[in-house]
Write a protein that binds this ligand. Structure first.
Ligand SMILES: N[C@@H](CCC(=O)N[C@@H](CS)C(=O)NCC(=O)O)C(=O)O
Length: 220
């Protein structure tokens, strides 16, 4: 029997970590169930997430297969698991050297850019003024634009490493943040961002976030 996937995510308007494996899962084309846990409603949020994983963080992927259930938590671990289980989806580039670089991009995002994450939180459907940025935030934005430009010009697009990969999944929420706060980017990057925002998975994530916003989200 085919494996059954359930992806547990946080409030779509805010949960940047959840968007990453959602994009990867959608890129595999396999059907999956989704459970959305409302964030910023402590202690409910923590209790609810811990029903699925003791780590207490979303995203979480449950894979039910052969009468057993596997739990994978953390955005990058989920993306890696999907890439391993669905090699035909091409979630990592085929060439080893390019794959190593794509992994470096993904990990640089996963472990870095703390000021950008702090000052420009994801607010998927909102368009907000750019706040006064700290020097570190500015440096991190410059680094991201430089990294995207380098990959897009060397590998020829349409995505960072040619085909859509985990590197694009990891930077998907950064694309959303740049759109939300109107970060000034060169034309090559603007085109890449438009392409990312036009992906059906990004659009559908945005539609679900809009429904959350219309229903009223907690303000803190
Ligand atoms: N490094 C983790 C970060 C996960 C994370 O911080 N998730 C947030 C939501 S985006 C969370 O679960 N917060 C729990 C809470 O708000 O109680 C990953 O990559 O998955």
């Amino acid at each position: 029997m085919a494996a059954r996937y359930t992806l547990i995510v946080g409030t779509k308007e805010w949960s940047s970590w959840s968007l990453r494996p959602y994009l990867a899962l959608r890129a595999t084309g396999i059907p999956f169930e989704e459970i959305v846990v409302p964030l910023r409603q402590q202690p409910l949020t923590g209790d609810e997430i811990r029903r699925f994983s003791p780590a207490g963080r979303v995203p979480i992927l449950k894979i039910a297969e052969n009468g057993q259930e596997m739990t994978v938590w953390d955005s990058l671990a989920i993306c890696e698991t999907l890439a391993e289980r669905h090699p035909d989806a091409g979630l990592w580039p085929a060439t080893a050297a390019v794959r190593a670089e794509a992994r470096s991009y993904a990990c640089e995002m996963h472990s870095g850019f703390p000021d950008l994450r702090d000052q420009l939180p994801m607010a998927f459907v909102h368009r907000l003024p750019l706040p006064a940025l700290r020097e570190q935030t500015k440096t991190q934005i410059v680094r991201i634009i430089e990294a995207w430009s380098s990959a897009l010009s060397r590998f020829g697009g349409p995505f960072l490493f040619g085909g859509f990969s985990v590197a694009d999944c990891m930077y998907g929420p950064v694309v959303s943040r740049f759109v939300t706060y109107g970060v000034d980017v060169p034309p090559l990057i603007a085109t890449y961002m438009e392409r990312m925002m036009a992906r059906p998975a990004m659009r559908e994530w945005g539609q679900a976030a809009q429904i959350e916003v219309d229903a009223g989200l907690p303000t803190s």
